[in-house]
Ligand binder design. Structure first.
Ligand SMILES: *Cc1c(COP(=O)(O)O)cnc(C)c1O
Length: 502
């Protein structure tokens, strides 16, 4: 932050030995300064490279190895933030961030986050802040309606979809009648062999599904990955066959996780058909709509939500495609009692008289302390409104379609997957070059990816589809316009030409 003249709020060093917080006067001054800095940062246009250029260890080497024994001036701390920390930041809020699942915070979301930090509420019990609990209930019910889910679903906010899915799998396991992991643990009742549980998900499901199974002690081998069709959607026929085969081999199928909007390509699993199977086989159906869910609000994308209301639980990430700052993930569940049964344990010091009449959200997961995350969701939903959010998501999908058209018309690039949402999967495959072997194409694309990212005008990432290195450009940042996508396309073409020249 820009240096100013020494001012009245620069405290003398001995003040650091006093007790108490920063003075109100000092907080006000630096608060304004930080707000100005944030407004400038978000507006650009002086934008640093999107992907940080530092080498591993570089930032650490600039920082003292031990903490300061005396307090320091806020001015010096902010200057070091600019000088030492910013170069090591990769700018997710840059409109030319197209990597992974691009997302962004937004003005109202940032303001909500600031208030939440100032209140420092711990939303573990209703009484530790009734507003935190009840605003969480209300905003999640708004989100439920936006996603056209029936009103027997209620929600709980977690930090991430990974944790939401882990909790959903824990609930699914809790629902298995023959075992009681809560009481007996994984070893099962002494003398009685516990059934070998099986969970099904597509080979394109997010890694958090397997990670959840690992963390819950089910083991990676409890997850059976179902092959996808040519458009990267779970093959429901193969799911049915796998369950049948597993039952014959003595496994106990207990859950299936469908994905609406896979991370690699944005593919939508056939949830309706999967729900038929889950109902027939008595499996807990969890839908990972972390990324794709919000797009289902658009009339032209309503099919994304087909069958989703038949699930037992659904995760949606407002920090992915709803412009809420990381972190905020929403789990909707129609069997909250089972989720509660999996986790709730109330020690004496957390007992309250109103417990039977309210939600104590600590009951629905492994953690006690919880941030007051609902504020930022409330701010974002109110500020943009449902129509405003739909317009922004629709715009992203339109930009992704336009980029897909440019790729399809190009002699130098080809598309690698349908553009269902706002993830565009493609690779360079210049007609002019005699690339016949896949290995050479992979290395050409790796060089293109590395070189474009090194130059810093944009940042994008990759996946592998059918064994082939695939470049991914994802439009999900609220600041991204057609110009940014056009510039990214120009840059890709320019860098490809340069690589092929040498
Ligand atoms: C990003 C993503 C996740 C994981 O989200 P976190 O909130 O980072 O844990 C899970 N599933 C899908 C489909 C995703 O795209």
């Amino acid at each position: 932050m820009a240096r100013r003249e020494k001012d009245a709020t620069d405290r003398p060093v001995e003040a650091a030995r006093e007790i108490g917080d920063m003075s109100g006067e000092e907080f006000r001054r630096f608060g304004h300064e930080v707000a100005d800095w944030l407004a400038d940062y978000l507006a650009g246009p002086a934008r640093p490279p999107v992907m940080s250029r530092v080498s591993p260890g570089e930032i650490k080497s600039l920082l003292p190895a031990s903490p300061p024994s005396e307090g320091e001036q806020m001015r010096a701390i902010l200057e070091d933030f600019d000088k030492l920390i910013m170069p090591g930041v990769t700018h997710w809020n840059n409109p030319s961030f197209f990597a992974y699942i691009a997302n962004s915070s937004s003005g109202p979301g940032i303001l909500g986050e600031m208030l939440s930090a100032a209140l420092n509420v711990n939303a573990m019990l209703w009484r530790t802040s009734p507003s935190a609990t009840e605003l969480e209930e209300v905003t999640l019910d708004w989100l439920r309606q936006m996603l056209l889910l029936p009103d027997d679903f209620s929600g709980v906010i977690y930090d991430t979809a990974s944790i939401a899915t882990l909790c959903a799998i824990a609930a699914a396991r809790e629902a298995v009648e023959e075992i009681n992991v809560r009481e007996d643990g994984l070893a099962g009742v002494a003398g009685q062999a516990a059934p070998r549980l099986r969970l099904y998900t597509s080979e394109h499901a997010h890694s958090s599904v397997e990670k959840g199974a690992i963390t819950l002690g089910l083991g990676k081998s409890s997850v059976r990955l179902i092959p996808a069709d040519s458009e990267f959607r779970m093959d429901a026929g193969l799911l049915a066959r796998a369950i049948e085969e597993d039952r014959e081999r003595g496994f106990r199928p207990f859950s299936v996780v469908a994905t609406t909007g896979t991370t690699s390509t944005g593919a939508i699993d056939p949830v309706d058909r999967i729900a038929d199977i889950a109902e027939r086989e008595n499996l807990w159906l969890h839908v990972d709509a972390a990324y794709g869910g919000p797009a289902g609000m658009l009339p032209e994308k309503r099919h994304i939500l087909d069958g989703v209301s038949r699930a037992d639980s659904i995760v949606v990430n407002p920090h992915k495609w709803l412009f809420v700052p990381v972190d905020l993930s929403a789990l909707f569940c129609r069997k909250m009692d089972v989720l509660k049964e999996a986790f709730s344990l109330v020690p004496e010091y957390l007992r309250t008289a109103e417990a039977s009449r309210v939600n104590n959200f600590m009951d629905y997961g492994p953690q006690l302390g919880r941030r007051f995350r609902a504020i930022k969701l409330w701010f974002v939903l109110r500020y943009f409104g449902v129509e405003g959010i739909k317009a922004r998501i629709g715009h992203h999908i339109e930009l992704a379609r336009e980029l897909s058209r440019w790729i399809d018309l190009s002699d130098d690039f080809e598309r690698m997957a349908p553009t269902e949402l706002a993830i565009v999967c493609f690779r360079a495959r210049p007609l002019a070059l005699p690339y016949s072997d896949e290995g050479a194409l992979d290395s050409l694309n790796q060089r293109l990816l590395d070189e474009v990212n090194r130059r810093g005008k944009l940042f994008f990432s990759h996946t592998r589809l059918n064994g082939r290195l695939t470049l991914r450009l994802v439009i999900g940042n609220i600041h991204t316009t057609r110009d940014h996508v056009r510039l990214a396309w120009d840059e890709l073409n320019e860098v490809l030409k340069e690589i092929m020249r040498v």
